[in-house]
Design a protein around this ligand. Structure first.
Ligand code: PDD
Length: 285
């Protein structure tokens, strides 16, 4: 069934939605995006996503063409028009349309695109079995804190994982894990401490990460924000990833090493439960 999508002020069937071949998002990956999850037909942490969107735009000297209230309305309208109960809303803002030149003119009108994707988030099969991952070099650019649409390397990473017969890849820089191809990465030490890389230009500041770390601390769990190696990860008690589309999903195998008994660990399972419960409670918008 065809979706209704949003392009520059219009709601259209997906087949009719068009963007110029001169759009800088297409020619230079000159654009930013957000993926906000939808549970029970409502948005999860919309405010967090809009704050990060504003920051991404600011870092690239782009102007936000829409008020956040209007953006919220578009999100809600797409949920309604597509009868979306569970899944995600993809939002992309690119710098706009200009003849191909590295140097862009001032005053471009940004291109705004949104669409919905129905997904099983709360009861996903991978949450029950856990993910198997490999480690690959992190060959992305140096400003991964900006959520840009230049996702070629993460896409290559997922293809490498697929070719290796596993689910995903964690990326390594100077021997330390940065993050997953499209998620933040965590390990749990044998004495129950949750370890995840500290924020910086090297990783994306995940909206789910922010919530999960808050819930973990509220539940009296110890959180350490510091880099860790693949060897430390392989020797850890458990591991997991977080993102808007995976919530908290356990990792059960890293580079061929099975963690514990090969089943999702108790800390990851508990955090997943807490996250979904809290997300459901806070579905105000
Ligand atoms: N990806 N790190 C990277 C590199 C990501 O691409 C993502 C999200 C995250 C987690 O961020 P959040 O918790 O705000 O979703 C971390 C989205 C889901 C995507 O590209 O589809």
């Amino acid at each position: 069934m065809s979706r209704i999508v949003y392009v520059n002020g219009e709601y259209l069937p997906e087949e009719e939605a068009k963007v110029s071949i001169f759009d800088r998002g297409f020619l230079f990956a000159d654009g930013v995006y957000e993926v906000t999850s939808v549970l029970d037909g409502r948005l999860v942490d919309f405010e967090g996503h809009t704050h990060r969107l504003e920051r991404s735009l600011r870092e690239l000297d782009m102007t936000n063409p829409m008020h956040m209230g209007d953006l919220l309305e578009v999100h809600r309208e797409l949920i309604k028009r597509n009868d979306l109960q569970e899944g995600g809303i993809y939002l992309q803002i690119s710098r706009g349309v200009a003849d191909r030149d590295f140097v862009y003119p001032a005053g471009l009108k940004p291109t705004v695109v949104l669409f919905t994707t129905a997904m099983n988030l709360s009861d996903s099969p991978k949450a029950k079995t856990g993910l198997r991952i490999i480690a690959i070099d992190d060959l992305r650019w140096g400003r991964r804190d900006i959520k840009t649409v230049q996702l070629l390397y993460p896409s290559m990473g997922k293809m490498m994982a697929k070719a290796a017969g596993v689910d995903d890849a964690w990326m390594l820089e100077d021997g330390f894990v940065t993050e997953g191809t499209s998620n933040n990465a965590y390990i749990v030490t044998h004495d129950g401490r949750i370890v995840t890389r500290q924020l910086g230009h090297e990783i994306l500041s995940g909206i789910t990460r922010n919530a999960v770390l808050r819930f973990a601390r509220e539940a009296q769990m110890v959180v350490e924000e510091r880099p860790f190696t693949v060897d430390e990860a392989r020797g850890s008690a458990e591991a997991f990833v977080t993102s808007a589309t995976t919530f908290v999903t356990p990792v059960v195998e890293i580079e061929g090493t099975v963690l514990g008994d090969g089943k999702p660990g108790p800390v990851a399972r508990r955090l997943r439960e807490i996250y979904i419960e809290e997300a459901r409670k806070s579905l105000a918008v």
